[in-house]
Design a protein around this ligand. Structure first.
Ligand code: C2O
Length: 350
């Protein structure tokens, strides 16, 4: 059977999130949605018929002051929403925490919890997460073309922490990062909390080779790229993440604080409290769309347990909506696209 979230209209108990590096009473582990214990109505999401949103690379938006103003204003407004509003910035980050750190019980078994990492659920779930986050931002500034930028870490020009996130006076700033990795430090796709003693050029070459290998090996083998299958009754601690997720994990660790518990980006409980999270994920999502194009947009898995896996989010009006993986495979339903930018490793793949 496919993964299903608990039905929020029935009484259920969302749990404290689990993350060993935080004390049990830590407020960071309280990630349950604000509709807890209320009677809420969940509806199937109606896919918006609005203008196309075009996500652009960071370097592009960084020099577009009009865009940057909008982006910052939208984030500021999201941070300023009342704490109980599900569209509030911290509430949004808690969605990630709840779905990632074992807070939400499964519909099929309230004693087991959902986790959207380490499996074939990873890419589609995060695609939806960004979709709703982006639409909420657009709504807050009254712009239905607003699109998140993508951090093109797969391009040598994008292999440092983007400067739009390092200005302490900007609402995009987060002071819980490893500042030792601020520019001009080059990201390491294989980072595991130790900086390796290699030159920048060598690291860039290694990253590019790793990216093209990931694609070359992954195109014929969706499980390798996307992650292992995960069905309703299974537990993701027995599954392996896809290669795309593995690279992404290293980038999380590389951005987050070096001291335990590695806030914010370095631990899923707090990762989405850093605006850089969404730019990172926009690129992960873009890379997935390259992957899909290389496979002529065929379904990665025809398995109904994948296609019918269902999640609950808040739409831009704060209503609780239900979506399933199959619909995330149709970019025109989601009304967004990526502005092209050079992907120098891609030539090695096709
Ligand atoms: Cu749910 Cu980048 O992680």
């Amino acid at each position: 059977d496919p993964i299903m979230p608990p039905d929020p209209s029935s009484h259920y108990s969302c749990k404290l999130a689990v993350e060993d590096n935080f004390p049990r009473c830590s407020e960071f582990l309280q990630c349950c949605p604000p509709y807890q214990d209320q009677n809420v109505e969940v509806t199937d999401y109606t896919f918006p018929k609005t203008s196309l949103r075009v996500r652009r690379p960071i370097q592009d938006v960084a020099n577009d002051s009009e865009y940057m103003e909008k982006y910052k204003t939208a984030i500021q407004k999201m941070k300023a929403l009342p704490e109980t509003d599900p569209r509030n910035f911290i509430q949004q980050s808690k969605i990630h925490c709840a779905y990632c750190n074992e807070a939400l019980p499964k519909k099929c078994d309230p004693n087991a919890t959902i986790s959207v990492h380490n499996s074939w659920i990873f890419l589609p779930w995060h695609r939806y997460y960004l979709h709703f986050f982006e639409r909420i931002l657009g709504k807050l500034i009254g712009d239905d073309t607003f699109a998140l930028p993508y951090w093109n870490f797969d391009n040598p020009n994008g292999m440092t922490i983007p400067s739009i996130f390092t200005d302490p006076d900007s609402p995009l700033y987060d002071d819980r990062r490893d500042t030792g990795h601020y520019p001009p430090k080059i990201v390491d796709y294989k980072y595991k909390y130790t900086d390796r003693d290699v030159t920048d050029d060598a690291l860039i070459a290694e990253n590019l080779a790793y990216m093209s290998t990931t694609f070359k090996e992954g195109v014929p083998l969706p499980e390798l790229f996307m992650g292992d299958s995960l069905r309703a009754m299974e537990n993701p601690s027995n599954t392996s993440p896809g290669q795309m997720e593995v690279i992404h994990n290293s980038i999380h660790m590389w951005v987050g604080e070096s001291k335990v518990p590695h806030r914010d980006m370095g631990t899923f409980v707090t990762a989405a409290r850093d605006c850089i999270f969404y730019a990172l994920h926009a690129n992960v999502d873009r890379l997935w769309s390259f992957y899909r194009a290389l496979r002529s947009n065929r379904y990665e898995f025809k398995d109904r347990d994948w296609l019918d896996a269902t999640f609950i989010f808040f739409n831009e009006d704060g209503q609780v909506v239900r979506v399933k993986i199959e619909d995330s495979l149709n970019a025109s339903k989601l009304c967004y696209t990526y502005k092209e930018s050079p992907a120098p490793w891609l030539g090695q793949v096709a």
